[in-house]
Design a binder for this molecule. Sequence first.
Ligand SMILES: *[C@@H]1O[C@H](CO)[C@@H](O)[C@H](O)[C@H]1NC(C)=O
Length: 222
Amino acid sequence: MAHPQFQAAHLVLIALVVARGALAVDQSDLDFIPELTERQQFSPDFFIFKFQNADTTTPFGSLRTMFVNNNPALATLPGEGAAQNLVTLGPCGINQPHNHPRATEISHVTEGKLLFGFAEENGGRSFIGGNVTKGQTVIIPQGLIHFAQNLDCKEAQFIATFPNRDPGTQTTASTFFNLPLSTIRGTTGLSDEQIKKIQASVAANRNPSVDRECAKRCGLKY
Ligand SMILES: *[C@@H]1O[C@H](CO)[C@@H](O)[C@H](O)[C@H]1NC(C)=O
């Protein structure tokens, strides 16, 4: 155990170092990312991110992510950093229910109209949502299952921004229906035959997918 007098001296020393640091600000330092080595510093090559490559494209829409895996500049940001998605949904397209384990989402609609919604944790409300039009922004709390659905007959688009360089995504239906058969059987009370039918349907409906009732209403031949 440290001697009390030694402890007191130690505290005074720390206070002096902190006070001196606060006074002596070196303007030439990259203060906002002091922990980085030169090699890790923000690369100008990643300054303009063009979303030119869609990570996922189906006939019903596309998801373009700017996560740390495809823009390494994000790895150099201070704190938790940031990330962004550009989501395009064709007529009747849906960005399937999913959650982001490490970030709240702030989504701004740039085109069309979308039904956004999320479900609160157990004991909370099962659906909070509404139609969001071009120029409006929605906030989705971290970790909660949510979706965006285009119920209109024309294209819609939104930009999702995350206060985390690696928000992560977990798609609800495909995650659940890929669990062990015994787990799904025990949870749903369905037979193996019924489960396999749903599994095949979920696998065939790659995200973004479509609402066929809406497609019929819009006269689309999907
Ligand atoms: C959103 O708009 C659609 C029509 O595009 C309508 O059917 C639906 O009831 C609306 N939902 C909510 C929650 O307002």
